[in-house]
Design a protein around this ligand. Structure first.
Ligand code: HEM
Length: 364
C-alpha cells in the first residue's frame, strides 16, 4: 500500500496545479505566522456537531491557555510511568510471542490511552476509534474526493457523539476536563463547540504521536549504528528526539487558505487559493540545516518545524516528546535484537506520514 513514501511526489498529488506550495524554511516559518492564511477545515460547518466551526476559526482558542497549562512539561511528566508500563507490556509480548506489530501493539494504543487518561475517559477502544481517525485524516487530506470528505464528516460526527457519551458516563472528570468545562462556561462557549474541540484533541493527540512512534522505530531499526550511539550516549536522547522530529516527523504539510492576495515565498497567493506549507521540505532546507539529509543526533540548534510554529504551535508538544522519549528509552536496549520484517506499509495520506503496520520479530 505504498502511496506517498518518504520522497513525496508533490507534483503528482491530485489537484496540485491549483495549490501554491511553500517549501523553503524561512518562507514556511513566516507563513505559519501569517494571519491572512487561515486553516483549511474541509470537514466542518455542515453538521450539527461542527456548524459553529467555520473556515476562519483559527485556533483552539479560548481553550488554548487551559491546554498549555495542563499539557505543560511538568504536568505531562507524571504520565511517564504509564508510558513505560505500556511499552514494557508490548516488549514482553514481543519477546514471548517472537513477533508483533509495533503499530497495533504500541504506537496506536499508547497515545490513545494517554489521551483517554487526560480527558478522563474510562476506556478508549482503539479497534473502534482507529478507523474513525483514519477516515477523518482521509477527509482532511490533500486532494480528498467528495466521498472521502463526506465519510470524514460522518466519522467526525461519530467521534464527537462517542466522546460526548463517554464523557457523560466516565466515573470522575479529569483535571483537564474540569478546567475545560469551567473555561467553556466562563467564556460562554456552546457545548457543541467544546465537544468538537475535545474530539479533535483526542484525534490530534493520538494520531500524530502514533505516526511519530512508528516512524522512529522503523527508522532506528534500519539504522542500528544510531541505536548503538544512543546506547553509548544516553544523554543524546533529547536532541535525538528533535532530530527524529526533523527527519521523521509525521506531518508532511499543512493546508491553509488565503483570505486576500498576498506575497508568499516569492510567489503570490490569490484570495481564496489553497496553500500547502511543506514542513517536510522546510525541515530539509539546506539554507537552514547543514547537511540536511544527515541524521545528526546532537544537532544544535535544531529549529525544525515538525510541531508547527507561531500562531498554531503544537499545544501537545511536551506530551509528544515525553511519549516518544520514554518509548525510545525503554526499547533502546532491545532494538539490537529486533528486526522489522516489513517493507513499510505506508498510510495513503498525503499530508501525514505514518505506517499502517510495522511487523517486528524478536531475535534475543
Ligand atoms: C509527534 C506528535 C505531534 C506532532 C508532529 C504534532 C504536530 C502539530 C503541528 C504541525 C501543529 C500545527 C498545525 C497547524 O498549524 O495547522 C499542531 C497543532 C496542534 N497540536 Fe500537535 N502534534 C503532535 C502531538 C500532539 C499531541 C500529543 C497533542 C495533544 C495532546 C496535540 C495537540 C495539538 C493542538 C491542540 C494543536 C492546535 C494548536 C493551535 O491551533 O493553537 N499535538 N501539532
Amino acid at each position: 500500500m505504498t502511496v506517498v513514501p518518504i520522497k513525496h511526489r508533490v507534483n503528482e498529488w491530485p489537484g496540485s496545479e491549483a495549490v501554491l506550495f511553500v517549501t523553503g524554511y524561512d518562507e514556511v516559518r513566516a507563513a505559519l505566522g501569517e494571519s491572512r492564511l487561515i486553516i483549511h477545515k474541509p470537514l466542518t460547518g455542515n453538521t450539527e456537531e461542527t456548524k459553529g466551526i467555520t473556515q476562519g476559526s483559527r485556533r483552539i482558542a479560548p481553550l488554548s491557555s487551559v491546554l498549555s497549562e495542563h499539557l505543560a512539561a511538568r504536568e505531562v511528566a507524571s504520565l511517564a510511568t504509564e508510558v513505560q508500563t505500556l511499552t514494557d507490556e508490548f516488549a514482553r509480548n514481543l519477546q514471548r510471542e517472537g513477533q508483533g506489530d509495533a503499530i497495533e501493539g504500541l504506537a496506536s494504543p499508547l497515545p490513545l490511552n494517554i489521551m483517554a487518561r487526560l480527558l478522563g475517559l474510562s476506556k478508549a477502544p482503539a479497534g473502534m476509534l482507529r478507523p474513525l481517525f483514519d477516515r477523518i485524516t482521509a477527509g482532511h487530506d490533500f486532494g480528498a474526493t467528495t466521498v472521502e470528505q463526506q465519510q470524514g464528516r460522518m466519522a467526525l460526527q461519530m467521534l464527537v457523539r462517542w466522546l460526548n457519551h463517554a464523557l457523560k458516563t466516565s466515573v470522575e472528570p479529569s483535571p483537564l476536563m474540569t478546567a475545560i468545562r469551567a473555561t467553556a462556561e466562563e467564556k460562554g462557549m456552546e457545548p457543541a463547540i467544546v465537544h468538537y474541540w475535545c474530539a479533535m484533541l483526542l484525534y490530534a493527540g493520538s494520531t500524530t504521536t502514533r505516526d511519530f512512534i512508528g516512524n522512529i522505530l522503523a527508522a532506528l531499526l534500519a539504522r542500528q549504528d544510531l541505536v548503538h550511539v544512543l546506547l553509548r550516549e544516553p544523554d543524546a536522547l533529547d536532541s535525538a528526539i528533535e532530530e527524529l522530529l526533523r527527519v521523521e516527523g509525521p506531518v508532511r504539510g499543512l493546508m491553509r487558505q488565503a483570505t486576500e492576495d498576498l506575497p508568499l515565498g516569492g510567489q503570490t497567493a490569490s484570495r481564496g487559493q489553497l496553500v500547502c506549507l511543506m514542513l517536510i521540505d522546510a525541515n530539509r532546507d539546506p539554507a537552514r540545516f547543514a547537511e540536511p539529509e544527515r541524521w545528526d543526533l546532537r544537532r544544535s540548534p535544531n529549529p525544525h518545524l515538525a510541531l508547527g510554529a507561531n500562531l498554531t504551535y503544537c499545544l501537545g508538544s511536551h506530551l509528544a516528546r515525553m511519549e516518544a522519549k520514554n518509548v525510545l528509552a525503554n526499547l533502546l536496549p532491545l532494538l539490537p535484537y529486533i528486526r522489522s520484517n516489513d517493507t513499510a506499509a505506508w498510510s495513503t495520506s498525503r499530508l501525514l506520514r505514518g505506517r499502517t503496520q510495522l511487523r517486528l520479530s524478536w531475535h534475543g
